[in-house]
Design a protein around this ligand. Structure first.
Ligand code: SF4
Length: 896
């Protein structure tokens, strides 16, 4: 293989180009691809740490059935026979596939073809249902097709960017960096953030509209009315290129007649509403970006259309620097949409209209094509629970953690007669419930393509051999399809074979009537496919270099070519707050983790920023609950309960708590927020309401708290709260329990003692049994008389425990000094050493205390200067908003 391979980041929908390089020592380095038009060399903290995640720990390397390793032949036969028998006995509707935005387009295509064209059911849905299906539904209602009009360059051409329900700084960091760079180059550019929560994205932006949760449609309906009534509508465009305007305006006027009424309903000042409306009116180049805060709602589709309506009214669509722009969460959510990975789409952006079904059937020579939509994610797992679905195949995703009412999903899977899981990781919460596990190739081993948020198709290229017997997902499904009797229709020998068929279908009887057309790539030979450069669809004979922007000609993909205004009658979230559950539970991502952490938790530097699950809560709400910062909290909804560390923040919204989605049983006990989330879905998109579940919080008061650092992995069976955090060459455990052991010393020895081959171990201990305080340190002296810290354990009756940072530095050292040894039992650094603080910059491991000191000592006044002084923020830039906060904090103190 070449020493440098061009590929694409596997995490988010930004779709950054990556260069994977073989280093002289045989290791791998990953850096941003300067030639990729999505990121021009930038990467965020997750992308920059990709090389740290390539080890084989926890990899599923061989197929197994009920935990027993078997050959591929046997595993594939078992899957094919299991599915065939279930279909024979109970019909095609008794089987389902649940797939993922992590799959490559080629994998997705084969899955969709097998299920819809040959098994004859549409019971295939994707975890993208949880991510952006409301955008799909909104696009289709307005444009006739699921078309994203804009591109990333439009962010740089705009003079007003509105970020709605999008913590761009954390969830799409490279686009946030592009926006920040655009601000530096264009003093006219203003950014408005519409979000109930003050996030890092709000730092330094011109306006933050902290609207009440779920009130977006009132805000944008009000904007539609205000723009119209103040002469900012563009009648020529409305009359010639749209329909339904009068009904949309009437509905908007009914809900949001004046800025004053909008301000009252949304819980923000009238002044701020008017400022926002005026900026929209006076700025021609306006982009409205929306993301999960809009999509993950029981009114998500309406929210999307309320935004699109305003762009149609003002003809701010299809033109440079303008348009409604959905940022997708997953790396290949868009590719999944293109092949029909959603249960309510067919293939190549076609629907279940008879003409589409008949066309796809002819193209595929499909014997039993599905003729109507299948079950969407929430309904699919409900059907598993009810026993209607008896065989399910889950690929590259972890619904046992990520679905609403996740505990119910786990119970349903546990009772399902046949659960097949193909994944690269073997110990996910979902894989534990599988009867058959199939080892899939991982990022770096896979070959195929992905599409990002701006319709740009990029190649993912392999630069590693697949380990063990891992195989590409398209290959696995092809083999099963052949065993089910469909050999002729699944002749694929390579990812390229699949891609060109997908491209040919997109152009089949198209004539420009369907938006998704990449027929210009249908003739690619192997070399052409290998060399494919990033390109935005449509890619046709007429447009061989792709299409930067859609709808420039004012024609849409509806029957009459007109865009459709949608009348929006706002709806509040389905489940209202009550005296019993008075808080809104909002869920989302943190800066340095991805999904259920199966990959990002492998990188020590990505674990340092947010090591534990937390619940962010406003200090006044916390005070009313008697909840202290850093204490453990119990969060409860009608659907489940969890434990997390309380994080008091004035940035939190009163009455709203925020809990990250990432932790599962694999990394933490009783910390799966999916267990708590309510199941209502949007009626059009089927997307669950992940941002609004009525909840309550109470202090969780265990009898003991503690932490452990060790050079190897440990197990804590008697801790009620237990989080494992991989550090650099050590493991950290945060633990707490209801019942203290009878003898702390014996307990500690039983847990952390490890046989030592060539040296002697020694314990230093402090025990105050009366107050429930125990400190134990295990040292190890080698034959050369150097003594190193092997493990340490600190227990207290409350969370007041020593800082972990100094001990974490010590445990990776080859020896401890006499000074350090003296301080070990206290757990605090000698006076001569400075204690580090929480991690801020993941790339260079720079902590908050170091940054504060640097700002103070060097009298720094801007973020760039911090980077020059101590490197923080000078690589990926993901921590720049946090640096700005520290900068302001220190400089305010200095001025005071
Ligand atoms: Fe990957 Fe970060 Fe780029 Fe997203 S923004 S694609 S996670 S490097």
């Amino acid at each position: 293989m070449n020493s440098t391979i061009r590929t694409t980041c596997p995490y988010c929908g930004v779709g950054c180009g990556v260069l994977a390089e073989r280093k002289p020592d045989g290791g791998l380095a990953v850096r941003g691809d300067p030639e990729h038009p999505s990121n021009f060399g930038r990467l965020c903290s997750k992308g920059a740490a990709l090389a740290d995640t390539l080890d084989l720990d926890d990899r599923l390397l061989y197929p197994d059935i009920n935990g027993e390793r078997v050959s591929w032949e046997r595993a594939l036969d078992a899957v094919a026979q299991g599915f065939a028998q279930t279909i024979r006995e109970h019909g095609p509707g008794s089987v389902a596939l649940y797939v993922s935005g992590q799959l490559l387009t080629e994998d997705y295509y084969v899955a969709n073809k097998l299920v819809k064209g040959f098994i004859g059911t549409s019971n295939i849905d994707t975890n993208s249902r949880l991510c952006m299906s409301s955008s799909v539904a909104g696009h289709k209602r307005a444009f006739g097709t699921d078309t994203v009009p804009c591109n990333y360059r439009d962010l740089e051409l705009a003079n007003l960017i509105i970020l709605v329900g999008s913590n761009t700084a954390w969830c799409h960091p490279v686009l946030y960096q592009r926006i920040q760079a655009a601000r530096q180059n264009n003093s006219a550019l203003r950014v408005v953030v519409v979000d109930p929560k003050h996030t890092e994205t709000c730092e330094g932006m011109e306006l933050h509209l902290a609207i009440a949760p779920g009130t977006d449609t009132w805000l944008f309906n009000g904007l539609l009315v205000w723009l119209n009534d103040n002469g900012h509508a563009v009648p020529a465009f409305i009359n010639d290129h749209t329909q339904g305007f009068d009904a949309a305006l009437a509905a908007a006027r009914a809900s949001s007649p004046t800025p004053e009424s909008v301000a009252r309903l949304c819980g923000v000042s009238e002044q701020d509403v008017l400022t926002f409306y005026r900026w929209f009116a006076e700025t021609e180049k306006v982009i409205t970006v929306y993301s999960q805060g809009v999509n993950q709602s029981s009114a998500g589709t309406d929210k999307v259309n309320s935004i699109i309506n305003c762009h149609l009214l003002t003809h701010r669509i299809g033109r440079a620097g303008m348009g409604p722009f959905s940022f997708t969460g997953q790396p290949n959510a868009m590719g999944g949409r293109e092949v029909g990975g959603l249960a309510n789409m067919l293939a190549a952006h076609m629907d279940f209209a008879p003409v589409d079904v008949e066309r796809v059937q002819r193209f595929w020579h499909a014997p039993t094509i599905a003729r109507e939509p299948g079950l969407k994610a929430v309904d699919m797992f409900r059907a598993v629970e009810e026993g209607k679905i008896k065989a399910i195949w889950i690929m590259a995703t972890n619904p046992a953690v990520s679905m609403p009412e996740a505990e119910r999903v786990r119970a349903a899977l546990a009772a399902c007669p046949l659960v097949v899981v193909s994944d690269c990781i073997g110990i996910t919460d979902t894989a534990k419930l599988a009867h058959i596990r199939l080892p899939a190739a991982a990022w770096g081993e896979k070959d195929g393509s992905v599409t990002n948020s701006e319709r740009r198709i990029s190649r993912q290229r392999p630069f590693l051999e697949a380990p063990g017997e891992a195989k590409p997902d398209w290959w696995i499904m092809t083999q099963v399809a052949r065993r089910m009797g469909f050999t002729d229709a699944f002749p694929y020998e390579s990812a390229r074979d699949v891609f060109v068929e997908h491209a040919a279908l997109s152009g089949f009887e198209n004539d420009g009537r369907r938006d998704f057309d990449i027929s210009g790539l249908a003739e690619l030979d192997s070399a052409g496919y290998d060399d494919l450069i990033p390109v935005q669809w449509p890619v046709t004979r007429k447009r061989p270099h792709g299409t930067e922007r859609m709808f420039g000609d004012g024609r849409f993909f509806t029957d009459n070519g007109r865009a459709r205004f949608q009348p929006i009658t706002p709806r509040a979230p389905v489940n209202a707050l009550s005296a019993e559950y008075p808080l809104v539970l909002n869920t989302g991502r943190v800066r340095d983790h991805w999904h259920t952490m199966t990959r990002t938790a492998k990188a020590a530097r990505l674990n340092s920023h947010t090591p534990e699950p937390y619940v962010e809560i406003h200090p006044q709400d916390a005070q009313a609950l008697n909840l202290a910062d850093g204490a453990l909290a119990r969060i409860e909804t009608r659907h489940g309960a969890m434990l997390a560390r309380a994080k008091l923040s004035a940035n939190a919204r009163r009455g709203m708590i925020f809990v990250p989605i990432h932790w599962s049983d694999q990394f933490a006990r009783r910390a799966c927020v999916g267990d708590l989330v309510n199941p209502p879905v949007d009626p059009f998109s089927g997307q669950p309401e992940l941002k609004h579940t009525p909840a309550r919080v109470a202090p969780y008061l265990p009898r003991w708290h503690g932490f452990v650092l060790a050079r190897r992995q440990l197990t804590f069976t008697d801790a009620t709260y237990c989080v494992s955090i991989k550090g650099s060459r050590f493991w950290r455990y945060e633990i707490a329990g209801d019942t203290p052991p009878e003898d702390w010393k014996r307990w500690a020895r039983a847990i952390v003692c490890a046989p030592q081959a060539d040296g002697r171990a020694e314990w230093l201990e402090y025990l105050d049994a009366g107050h429930g305080r125990y400190h134990g340190v295990r040292l190890f002296t080698r034959p050369n008389d150097t003594t190193a810290l092997e493990s340490c354990i600190f227990i207290a009756p409350d969370p007041q425990l020593p800082s972990r940072s100094w001990l974490a530095e010590l445990i990776v050292k080859t020896s401890v000094s006499p000074d350090e040894r003296m301080n070990l039992l206290a757990g605090s650094a000698p006076r001569s050493q400075v204690e580090t603080g929480p991690a801020v910059c993941a790339c260079f491991g720079v902590d908050a205390n170091t940054i504060r000191r640097t700002i103070r000592d060097k009298r720094l006044t801007n973020v760039e200067a911090i980077g020059q002084a101590c490197q923080a923020g000078s690589n990926c830039g993901s921590c720049k908003p946090a640096l700005k906060v520290l900068l302001d904090e220190v400089n305010v103190k200095l001025i005071a």
